[in-house]
Ligand binder design. Structure first.
Ligand code: GTP
Ligand code: MG
Length: 299
């Protein structure tokens, strides 16, 4: 099915993965040996920070250098509204014209968490020949952490003028970014923000990779080439050493997470609603304490 009409087959596979259709599992099993060939670049940052505009520019830039591109815009925060998703598609026009594969995903991550589901979507894009996949996610706390588990290089987008609450998040943001971009540098406060980020990085722990802080203005396509060079430099750094070990740790984590979900689901089926209800009744009636009840249900 995927052989004869790869694009249509993959489009269907992407939908199956999103919809948690059991056929996704079969298709992924059948094609697994042909996947794993893409380098994944995660792009995270505040809502409306210009992530899509930026990814659009970067994808076009990378395509011009011969890469086959996939772009996944994942919105874990609002799976039921189409607004942001449509916005992404519209702004991604330029990329689409160049044969870059773009998909907006509103997934709830049923196939084993958001990371796993997005990983499978990346695998589907690899079947189209994509060697580079951008994954855009809104950096709303949890999303940040999840995108890091998926990405080989993580780009964190910041914008000037977001106020003090953002300052508080900076520590976490600095930890996950391999590259920090101050987008909307046409706006006041961009220089200062870049300076603040640099000083914060200087104060932080020293690693073998020092994340660069770059100023960009995505709507004017300013700073795109420099950003691409910095991504490439980080990729070279990763491929010269830490990448394999990094991917192994992330794969272990993914398997662990999926195993956890499977064991839990299976156990719940075995226990059944009646046993759960009677345990709850016993706990409420003080005939059993919750710790003992859980021990009994678990064994
Ligand atoms: N002034 C200015 N506006 C920009 C720049 N880059 C993007 N924008 C605008 O910011 C708005 C949001 O851009 P998007 O690319 O959709 O941002 P996003 O981070 O993908 O947004 P969500 O996916 O909805 O979180 C749009 O109106 C863009 O035109 C920039 O460099 N300067
Ligand atoms: Mg977007």
């Amino acid at each position: 099915m995927l052989e004869s009409q790869p694009q249509r087959g993959v489009a269907r596979l992407l939908s199956w993965i999103e919809d948690e259709d059991p056929r996704a599992v079969e298709a992924l099993q059948a094609t697994w040996s042909r996947t794993g060939n893409a380098y994944v670049i995660g792009v995270t940052g505040p809502p409306g920070g210009g992530k899509s505009t930026l990814v659009d520019c970067l994808a076009v830039h990378a395509a011009a250098q011969g890469h086959v591109l996939g772009v996944l815009a994942v919105d874990p925060t609002s799976p039921f509204t189409g607004g942001a998703v449509l916005g992404d598609r519209l702004r991604m026009n330029d990329a689409q014209k160049r044969g870059i594969f773009i998909r907006s995903v509103a997934t709830r991550g049923h196939l084993g968490g958001l990371t796993a589901t997005t990983r499978y979507l990346v695998n589907a894009l690899e079947l189209l020949g994509c060697d580079l996949v951008f994954v855009e996610t809104v950096g709303a706390g949890q999303g940040d952490v999840e995108v890091v588990r998926l990405a080989d290089t993580t780009v964190v987008v910041e914008v000037p003028g977001l106020g003090d609450e953002v300052q508080a998040q900076k520590a976490g943001i600095l930890e996950i970014g391999d590259l920090l971009l101050v987008n909307k540098s046409d706006r006041p406060g961009a220089d200062r923000l870049a300076q603040e980020l640099r000083s914060a990085l200087d104060l932080g722990e020293q690693h073998d990779w020092q994340p660069p802080v770059l100023q960009v203005t995505a709507i004017e396509q300013a700073g795109i080439a420099e950003t691409w060079e910095a991504i490439d430099a980080h990729r070279a750094h990763m491929e010269a050493g830490p990448l394999a070990a990094d991917r192994l740790v992330r794969q272990m984590h993914e398997l662990e997470q999926q195993l956890q979900q499977k064991l839990f689901r299976d156990r719940m089926v075995t226990i059944g609603d009646d046993a759960l209800r009677s345990s709850a009744q016993q706990v409420l009636a003080r005939k059993a304490d919750p710790f003992t009840a859980i021990e009994r249900l678990a064994n």
